[in-house]
Design a protein around this ligand. Structure first.
Ligand code: ADP
Ligand code: ASP
Ligand code: MG
Length: 410
């Protein structure tokens, strides 16, 4: 007998039939003798709908009140699922984040879990109850409800699995596992049987929404046995682990797209020491994350610095920089939010300089212009026009995986 944490995303609990399907999966696991902690997201588009409702009342609502509102979605799906399990005659209890002891910091809207006081859950498991916990939420030191950021139920599940020393954490979703690219965007994408924590972390951070990136970070830190699988198909999914047996023939494991990007360019900066420090310390003070940075070579005594931020931060970043125009010293700011970042990820690319150029070749052949490039040991990211982004993912995917498909078809 083991302890299994099973997380179900919004589409897996979208209506009554799907909730019954989740009840079936968790009770079957229970009947096999395991202790089961289920973590549920809000039903379907509930979280988006709640955000829209709030905007009707007050577009500038405080983050605290937003968390109070958004956390209700998960409470609905968990209580409904508990009712479905009850109807099957199996002992069950649903718990909110605070009842489950999920303690977080106070960053409303993007809180981090500090620790989980597991007593209540363990007591319920000792009584052989299935425990259903609301994903996406915690409680801070003031006793206020917090939420963990969009997609955060994955992180709730992994945090619970780590604190409870679970044998397995299964993330049930609406696709069969982690694919070489978003299967909804690239029909030829294929499912990976295994992927390393590092690659998955990059993919998730670079826009593959199948896992919340902090859940992968946490799974790596606590070595949680993690699997992504479908709540509909019953097929084996993708195992996310420290080391995988054999890498795909390709040096690339996956391709990700991130549309939540804006590019800011500060034009006409003085070409002298201290300018980059001024710009980026101002942004860091306001906790604005900067991603790709590009500095032009000086022309006379002037230079430009371009960088990317999350689209949602672009307005605030522009305001901060405009307010400090004299301190920084620039002619004007140019903002472009009609762009996207397309990235290839793979541990196998580190010793293969040809990988980046293959990506650039695929984009060139498709007539797609690259605005910025950034690389690390296991990824290459390019910034392209938003209108080109989906095509870019497809042609890059064909470049790296087209041949693999042909080989396996023979
Ligand atoms: P859930 O509601 O279950 O948390 P999400 O919508 O957050 O599900 O994540 C699942 C979705 O992630 C899939 O439907 C798929 O479109 C998308 N996705 C993006 N990149 C990938 C990828 N590389 N592999 C699998 N799914 C991906
Ligand atoms: N319901 C939340 C969201 O839509 C959390 C989640 O689904 O993981 O972002
Ligand atoms: Mg999700």
């Amino acid at each position: 007998m083991g302890l299994i944490v099973q997380k179900f995303g919004g589409s897996s609990v979208a209506d009554a039939d799907r909730i019954r399907n989740v009840a079936r999966i968790i009770t079957e696991t229970y009947k096999r003798g395991h202790n089961v902690v289920a973590v549920l997201s809000a039903q379907g588009d509930t979280t988006d709908d709640l955000i829209a409702k709030a905007a009707e009342i007050n577009p500038h609502a405080s983050k605290r009140e937003m968390d109070m509102l958004l956390s209700t979605g998960e409470q609905i799906s968990c209580s409904l699922c508990a009712m479905a399990v009850e109807a099957m005659g199996i002992p069950v209890v649903s718990l909110t984040g605070w009842q489950a002891g999920v303690q977080s910091n106070s960053s409303y809207g993007n809180a981090r879990i500090n620790r989980i006081v597991t007593e209540r859950i363990l007591t319920e498991l000792d009584r052989r109850c299935i425990v259903i916990v609301t994903g996406f939420q915690g409680i801070n030191k003031y006793g206020d409800i917090t939420t963990l950021g969009r997609g955060g139920s994955d992180t709730s599940a992994v945090a619970l699995a780590a604190s409870l020393h679970a044998d397995l954490c299964q993330i049930y979703t609406d696709v069969d596992g982690v694919y070489t690219a978003d299967p909804r965007l690239v029909p030829g994408a294929h499912k990976l049987d295994e992927i390393t924590f590092d690659e998955m972390l990059e993919l998730a951070t670079l826009g593959a929404q199948v896992l919340h990136n902090r859940s992968v970070e946490m799974a790596k830190r606590y070595n949680v046995n993690l699997e992504v699988l479908s709540s509909f198909s019953g097929k084996p999914g993708t195992r996310v682990k420290e080391v995988v047996k054999i890498m795909e023939k390709s040096h690339v494991s996956g391709i990700a797209k991130d549309k939540n990007v804006a590019r800011l360019a500060l034009v006409g900066l003085a070409d002298e020491p201290g300018i980059a420090f001024r710009i980026f310390s101002l942004l860091a003070r306001e906790k604005i994350n900067v991603d790709i940075i590009l500095q032009s070579i000086g022309r006379g005594d002037k230079k430009d610095i371009s960088f990317t931020v999350a689209k949602s931060d672009a307005g605030e970043a522009t305001r901060i920089l405009e307010e400090n125009r004299e301190y920084i010293g620039f002619d004007h700011i140019d903002v472009n939010d009609k762009i996207a970042k397309v990235s290839i990820v793979g541990a196998g690319m580190i010793n293969n300089p040809g990988v980046a150029s293959s990506m650039f070749e695929a984009l060139f052949n498709a007539g797609i212009n690259i605005h910025m490039i950034s690389t690390s040991e296991i990824k290459v990211s390019v910034l392209v026009d938003l209108d080109d982004a989906d095509r870019a993912v497809q042609v890059v995917h064909n470049k790296f995986f087209g041949e693999v498909e042909l080989q396996s078809a023979l």
